[in-house]
Each structure stands twice: as structure tokens, then as C-alpha cells.
Design a protein around this ligand. Structure first.
Ligand SMILES: Cc1cc2nc3c(=O)[nH]c(=O)nc-3n(C[C@H](O)[C@H](O)[C@H](O)COP(=O)(O)OP(=O)(O)OC[C@H]3O[C@@H](n4cnc5c(N)ncnc54)[C@H](O)[C@@H]3O)c2cc1C
Length: 482
């Protein structure tokens, strides 16, 4: 007999016969504590969470996902789903329950004729980029290539193509999903339209997505990467000029300002090492000569200390913010937090930049970054009710990404991060945050009505229809309607 954590937080006894019956119907591996693969599989990006599931299923196809969901639902067992495992809030792991680790499902199938791409749910961004770029195409996703397509898409999906083509969900045409009753549904605008609407922003609340169908777009293979870097003492004036510049910029340019300490890595010239900088990063997907002309002003503000602007392959841009390995010591503990705002004036910038300057020393060992995403173009044009995501009437997203190594600093760093966002909340758009950057697990409780705005009640109704027992609760959890 084994014990598996149940939905009501008590252990459920599963007899040996029940366990064997379940496992005998699977094609996939089932992992238990005691083997290396179990240890690897339970690991997620944020090492603050060190949870041990009772068992891990690594499905190789839809059938075993279906069987596992049916087994969990029949016994009312806690289940977590791991796509890329990058969610900082730790949702892709669970203590004592079942973990569905989708890492073996990484098929990407491009149809160059329709420019549509079928992507299995365990795929990481770099695999998707690699396969699509072979046809001169790209799907709008995120800016760090080891992130999972699934979690990123279900929560929205911001990246270098957001201005030109919108969020990842704005390019989603259909998906296949296993719901809590064990059914496999193909959802699209014409099929289970309510569920298709809900998964575009409603996170993993409604079932296990097994694959996504995206509309890709011609991109590159080379694009203009914009990379002027300015001294931190000029950050406020540089960011105000950037804000004004972006008001008139072409939608071919998506720009994100990064404030960070340059690591002592060969990725950067020596004179920049350990300096705090603000970088006006961006990607322009237009013809390169014209693109260069258009971004010229961003490269000549007062305080320029380096310019990484260059034409480069889109795949390289997607990996630009990685590989800064310094002695291979990488931070493993993270606290990411975000907020949407329309107000990028001196007051909020002062608070934000001061926040960066006064960050706890412990985090400096890592690659702390404060980020401002400028939101324009297609992102803003999608009506608020067209997808569950909400938050379209917003000009900027602010993020603080704290990273550190030593577990002894967890409490202090998280408390520091929360205090910063308590101060910044005064400037937010109705308390709205990006659920894919939502702190650690308890943070979003009570915040969902403001995150989803007028979409919230509809989401609760759809949750009730497709997951009345709230089987899928390891996420920014939307309770089923009463
Ligand atoms: C270094 C880093 C960089 C990032 N950059 C960006 C960025 O550029 N743009 C951006 O928008 N976001 C970014 N993010 C945030 C990212 O979108 C979220 O962390 C997202 O959750 C990652 O997806 P994942 O599949 O790796 O997550 P996971 O941790 O595997 O899953 C996240 C959530 O989705 C659920 N889930 C996963 N797969 C499925 C599935 N198949 N069916 C149903 N539910 C599922 C999980 O249960 C969990 O609740 C970044 C995060 C990190 C750590």
C-alpha cells in the first residue's frame, strides 16, 4: 500500500492492487523516491521549493496523461503538472501527491504552408525557436529560451514579438486538453469555445494541455537587437526619454528596459563588469537598415557606457540573456514579482530605481534584474474580453527578479521583495499583476478578482463546468463558482 496526498490535504491509502492496476495501464515510466531520475524530475527552477511527490509519471503521450488524470480524480489525489518547471511560485511541484512531468513530450511540428505549428506541452522555448526558424518563422513567446512553452502560454506569454504579434495566447489557434473527467477535448474558437477562451490566460486551472496549435509568423532569420547601456545614475532621465520615444515607435520594435549589475562574464567587455546599468533592450523585426535608423535616438542619450546593438539571428537574441555563467555558480532561489501600470513618471521611477539600488546585499551574488516592459501594438489592440487574460489597457509591466544562492536569505529577500511591491502598489493599474511573475505561492490569494477584472466571474463558471472538484489547483487557483 502507498499513501498519496489527497485533495483535502489528508493522505489517501492506495492498495498495492490499485497501484499495480494503474501502472499496468501506462506506457510511461513511474518514478519513486530513491532513484536519480526521481530526484531530477522533482526539481524545479526555483530551489526554494524542495517538494517530494509520492510518485512521478513521465508520460510519452496523451493516453497516459488521461489515465493519470482519471486515477487522480477517482481517488481525489493531489496532482501537479510540470511543463518547463520555470514557474517561480513553485506550482509545478507538490508534496506527497502525483507529479505529471511532461518533459518527454517535446514534439514540434511546423506546417510551412499554413505557418501553423503544433507544439507538445513539455517543449522548451529554444526547441520551438529552432524548429520554426528552420522555416524562417517564429511563434511569439518569452525572452529566456529554457522556459517552458506550456506555463508561459497558459499565463499569457510576453516576449520580443509582443508589439508586432501580441502575447503567445493571441497566437494560439487551438489546443488539446485532458479535463478532470478524463475526457480529451480539442478546443478552439469553434469547439468548446468557453474552455479555449479560459486557457488563454487562466493558467493551468482547467486541465492538462497536451499540445498547442500556434499561428507562427515570418521573422528573421536575422533581426536588429537594440542594446544601448547607460550608467545607473542616469537611469531616471534615460527611462523617461525611452518612454517618450516608445510612444511613437513602430510596432516592429518591442522594447524592454533592464536594470541590472553586469556580471563579470566574457559576454560583456571588462570595463562593464560589476557596474549597475540600465539597458534599453529591444528587437526590431523590420528590414535592418530601416530598423537601425528607427532606433538611432535610443542609442544617444546622455550617460551611454556601452552599446550591444547588432544584427543577429533571432535564435541568438532569444538566448542573449542566458549563458552569463560566472564560475558556473548560478543562483537557484528566486523571487519574481510584477505589476501593470500606465504611470511611468518620475515618482514611480524614483521608487523603482531606489528599490534596485537598495536591494539586499545577499542577492547581489545573483543576477538581480529590475525590468520595465513597454506594452504596445497588437498586445493593446486585443479586446479585454477576447481572452481570459485581461489587463490590455496597460502601458507598462514592471518586474523585480531577485535571485540568490544561500537558503539562509530566503525569508529576508522575500520580505524585502514584498515590501518593495507594497510601496509600488500605489502606482498600479487596479492592483493587476502578471500571474507568471507572481511571487511565491501564497501571494496571489485574494488578488485574482483584480487580476482578471470583469473576466473573473466567467472564469469561475468555466472552472465549475470543467473542473468542479478543483482537481487542478497547483496554479494561481480559480475556485469553481459556488
Ligand atoms: C528565467 C525566467 C524567464 C522568464 N521569462 C519570461 C518571459 O520572457 N515572458 C513571460 O511571459 N514569462 C516569462 N517567465 C515566466 C514564465 O512565463 C512562467 O514562469 C511560466 O510559468 C513558465 O512556464 P513553464 O512551463 O516553464 O512552467 P511550469 O513551472 O512547468 O508550470 C507553470 C504553471 O503552469 C501549469 N502547467 C504547466 N504545463 C501545463 C500543461 N501542459 N497543462 C496545464 N497546466 C500546465 C503548471 O501546473 C503550473 O501551475 C520567465 C520565468 C523565468 C524563471
Amino acid at each position: 500500500m502507498i499513501q498519496i496526498k489527497g485533495l483535502n490535504d489528508t493522505d489517501v491509502d492506495i492498495s498495492e492492487a490499485e497501484r499495480q492496476q494503474f501502472e499496468s495501464t501506462l506506457n510511461s515510466e513511474v518514478l519513486y523516491e530513491g532513484c536519480d531520475e526521481y530526484e531530477q524530475s522533482r526539481q524545479i527552477f526555483n530551489h526554494i521549493f524542495d517538494r517530494k511527490p509520492a510518485l512521478i509519471v513521465k508520460p510519452t503521450g496523451v493516453a497516459d496523461i488521461q489515465t493519470t488524470v482519471q486515477f487522480a480524480a477517482a481517488h481525489r489525489l493531489l496532482i501537479a503538472i510540470k511543463g518547463g518547471g520555470h514557474n517561480i511560485a513553485g506550482h509545478a511541484s507538490c508534496e506527497g501527491g502525483i507529479l505529471l512531468d511532461l518533459c518527454l513530450m517535446q514534439g514540434v511540428y511546423v506546417d510551412p504552408k499554413t505557418q501553423q505549428v503544433r507544439v507538445e506541452a513539455g517543449t522548451l522555448l529554444h526547441k520551438l525557436d529552432h524548429e520554426t526558424q528552420a522555416f524562417g518563422l517564429a511563434v511569439p513567446t518569452g525572452v529566456v529560451s529554457v522556459t517552458g512553452v506550456a506555463g508561459l502560454t497558459l499565463g499569457g506569454g510576453f516576449g520580443w514579438l509582443t508589439g508586432k504579434h501580441g502575447l503567445s495566447i493571441d497566437n494560439l489557434l487551438a489546443a488539446q486538453i485532458v479535463t478532470s473527467d478524463g475526457k480529451v477535448l480539442n478546443v478552439s474558437k469553434n469547439n468548446h469555445a468557453d474552455l479555449f477562451w479560459a486557457i488563454r490566460g487562466g493558467s493551468g486551472n482547467f486541465g492538462v494541455v497536451t499540445s498547442f496549435l500556434f499561428q507562427a509568423h515570418p521573422v528573421g532569420p536575422e533581426v536588429l537587437f537594440c542594446g544601448p547601456m547607460y550608467a545607473i545614475d542616469k537611469a531616471e532621465s534615460v527611462l523617461l526619454k525611452w518612454r517618450d520615444f516608445m510612444t511613437h515607435a513602430s510596432r516592429d520594435l518591442t522594447s524592454v528596459a533592464f536594470i541590472y549589475r553586469v556580471p563579470p562574464s566574457t559576454h560583456f567587455p571588462k570595463h562593464l563588469h560589476n557596474q549597475d546599468v540600465v539597458m534599453l533592450a529591444g528587437v526590431h523585426t523590420g528590414e535592418s537598415k530601416e530598423a537601425k535608423k528607427q532606433i538611432e535616438a535610443l542609442r544617444h542619450f546622455d550617460g551611454l557606457i556601452h552599446d550591444a546593438t547588432s544584427i543577429m539571428p533571432f535564435e541568438a537574441v532569444q538566448q542573449w540573456f542566458e549563458g552569463w555563467d560566472v564560475d558556473k555558480i548560478q543562483p537557484q532561489r528566486f523571487y519574481f514579482k510584477s505589476m501593470f501600470t500606465n504611470q511611468l513618471d518620475q515618482n514611480i521611477l524614483k521608487e523603482f530605481i531606489d528599490g534596485f539600488r537598495l536591494r539586499p546585499l545577499a542577492t547581489c551574488q545573483g543576477n538581480v534584474s529590475f525590468v520595465i516592459q513597454c506594452l504596445r501594438g497588437v498586445y493593446r489592440e486585443v479586446p479585454e474580453e477576447a481572452t481570459a487574460f485581461g489587463s490590455r489597457d496597460t502601458d507598462f509591466m514592471l518586474e523585480s527578479n531577485l535571485a540568490w544562492i544561500d537558503a539562509n536569505f530566503d525569508d529576508a529577500n522575500i520580505a524585502w521583495g514584498r515590501a518593495l511591491w507594497d510601496r509600488l502598489a500605489a502606482y498600479s493599474n487596479n492592483n493587476r499583476i502578471y500571474l507568471n511573475h507572481s511571487g511565491v505561492e501564497e501571494d496571489h490569494v485574494g488578488q485574482l478578482p483584480s487580476v482578471f477584472g470583469k473576466n473573473y466571474d466567467k472564469l469561475r463558471q468555466i472552472k465549475k463546468k470543467y473542473d468542479p472538484m478543483n482537481l487542478f489547483r497547483k496554479n494561481a487557483n480559480i475556485p469553481p463558482a459556488d
